[in-house]
Design a protein around this ligand. Sequence first.
Ligand code: PRP
Length: 211
Amino acid sequence: MRHIQIALTKGRLEKAVLPFLEGIGIDCSELKEKGRKLVFHSKNTNISFILVKAVDVLTYVEHGVADIGIVGKDVIMENEKEIYEMVDLGIGRCRFCVASIPSYDPSSYKKKTIATKYPNVASAYFRQKGEDVEIIKIEGSVEIAPILGLADAIVDIVETGVTLRENGLIIFEEMHDISARLIANKASLKMKKDEMFAVIEKMEEYIGNRV
Ligand code: PRP
């Protein structure tokens, strides 16, 4: 049995992914008692895990350091990487939206300024609508931008809608549905075919049984 390295996204997705891994019979006891550790081994399989930031999941998988990754579709859409997207896990569901303060006029002909953590997704969206906008890249707490006048609107992910609501913003356009995806390194799929597909197929079966 060849070793499989899985890169997991630190933060929001971390907890949601555990039942999936346990559901397909992977021991996650080390992951559950992780403290500040970033590398973990499953006691009953040939699988180990690394815990990294979302965009780094893509990088580790693209370079083959990790064979498999679990990461949000938002991050996949924003960063063009040479990876295969294999399974929609149906967790971490949220959506890309255009949001702003109530006085925002989406149909205005004035050139708009859009603040976002996702400049590529935002540019592609407005380009496809035939609208020329200025994009300002922000690293977080994007909701502040239209309130303080940095931008006319934001493009961001909305999960519960609480952050928008608590900051007095509303959704003007729903862009794409997002969820966590299982991604794979292209070479690993060939070199470790049996081990890789064992994980991927079990994951698909687990998801099928949940529906
Ligand atoms: C994301 C997103 C929103 C919030 C939406 O930010 O950018 O701010 O979550 O979630 P909600 O609809 O459930 O309120 P994140 O928590 O990742 O933090 P950040 O702004 O620091 O990137």
